[in-house]
Design a protein around this ligand. Structure first.
Ligand code: NAD
Ligand code: MG
Length: 382
């Protein structure tokens, strides 16, 4: 029996790479559902190629166009955010890959967990916003959360066979982004075009901007806390500009295990699908001789305030990381629309953290309300 996979966000960077994995491993995996936000043409093309049972377009205004594009095929077509939550519950689905962007990933991920589906988690915002809730649900429904983010996949790979051995420290590597060597004066004037040129990874626009501010690394610290059950002090961010070491784990005897490779998301995506097995794959191999040198630096939270704010939110707990995520989504979008300067993004996030009501033990409804309120506050500060 082939494993049935639902991809939330199949037209994005992670989604399209996941389809390449499924194509290469077609004897093991099959697409059950594909979903996208707006890109009807690409979604229809993917549907023709992979023959899913169902496709969903989140934007209802695009429903008719998608329906017509697939009129000659026996594929169910739905639209809207609620439909995303419903399709992931379908009986035959084994794995739901959450590859959509932002807070919008939270509701369908919760539905999938409640329906007992294994989660291959790319949408880190889900854990940033509501890690405690997601962990509790995953435990209740006995559902594995398999990391797709390259750093967390690396940590997960290092932990294979180490069930008896507690983690002393996680070494979370960061490329440092395109502005690693910029001074504060230079950072004040950087543009979105410069920010969108990531040195090592080709990703969606939102995460690329988050990588330039290091908010992405801050989110990954939060993600690591919830995935691996460590305290914030046990996570050390290590700037490693070559992006060869994808992350490492230090154990109680001082041993450090790391996972190395070329920067290619297909490997972590495939490992989430095939865990605990490794599958033969055609990805490029890492040539240490051509890389030559690996270097390491401490992150500078003075220039990259977002990293400090994420750590701070993790220490505060409650709904604070939800506030940071929402404010970040607003400033990230505004930066892409040239409405806010690079350094102003962290200032607005920090101010939003002081203005939205803090809730120590948030419920799901509290997260929804916090997200809405933090967006409103952040937007008003732009
Ligand atoms: P992307 O922008 O390339 O693609 C996003 C996908 O989600 C698209 O298919 C889009 O149609 C869909 N989508 C966006 N908003 C939606 C909404 N409101 N409702 C329904 N669908 C929506 O993004 P990406 O770079 O592939 O990133 C996806 C997720 O994976 C993010 O959470 C990101 O942080 C995480 N991630 C990405 C990478 C990477 O290499 N791209 C690496 C690690 C983690
Ligand atoms: Mg990452």
């Amino acid at each position: 029996m082939k494993k049935q996979i639902a991809i939330l966000g199949s037209t994005g960077s992670i989604g399209t790479q996941a389809l390449q994995v499924i194509e290469e491993q077609h004897e093991l995996y099959e697409v059950y559902a594909l979903t996208a936000n707006n890109r009807v043409e690409l979604l229809a093309e993917q549907a023709r190629r992979f023959h899913p049972e169902v496709v969903v377009i989140a934007n209802p205004a695009k429903y008719q166009q998608l329906k017509e594009a697939l009129a000659d095929l026996p594929i169910k077509v739905y639209a809207g955010a609620d439909a995303l939550c419903q399709v992931v519950e379908a009986g035959p689905i084994d794995i739901v890959l959450t590859a959509m962007v932002g807070f919008a990933g939270l509701p369908p991920t919760i539905s999938a967990i409640r329906a007992g589906k294994a989660i291959a988690l790319a949408n880190k915002e889900t854990l940033v916003v509501a890690g405690e809730l997601i962990n509790a649900l995953a435990q209740e429904y006995r559902v594995p959360i398999l990391p797709v983010d390259s750093e967390h996949s690396a940590i997960f790979q290092c932990l294979a066979g180490e069930d008896q051995n507690p983690i002393e420290k996680i070494l979370l590597t960061a490329s440092g982004g395109p502005f690693r060597t910029c001074t504060l004066e230079q950072l004040a004037h950087v543009t979105k075009t410069q920010a969108l040129k990531h040195p090592n990874w080709d990703m969606g626009a939102k995460i690329t901007i988050d990588s330039a501010t290091l908010m992405n690394k801050g989110f990954e610290v939060i993600e690591a806390k919830w995935l691996f059950g460590v305290r914030p002090e046990q996570i050390e961010v290590v700037v490693h500009p070559q992006s060869v070491i994808h992350s490492a784990v230090q154990f109680q005897d001082g041993a450090i295990k790391a996972q190395l490779g070329v920067p290619d998301m297909r490997l972590p995506i495939q490992y989430a699908f095939s865990y605990p097995k490794r599958l033969k794959a055609s990805f490029d191999r890492c040539d240490l001789f051509s890389i030559g040198n690996l270097t390491f630096e401490k992150p500078d939270t003075n220039r990259f305030r977002c990293l400090a704010l994420a750590f701070e939110s993790l220490k505060r707990g409650g709904n604070m990381s939800c506030i940071v995520n929402a404010a970040n989504e607003i400033v990230n979008r505004a930066f892409l629309e040239d409405r806010v300067a690079f350094l102003r993004m962290a200032e607005i996030i920090e101010e939003t953290m002081t203005k939205v009501a803090f809730i120590q033990k948030p419920t799901y409804e509290d997260y929804l309300a916090t997200d809405a309120e933090a967006r409103r506050v952040a937007e008003s500060l732009i």
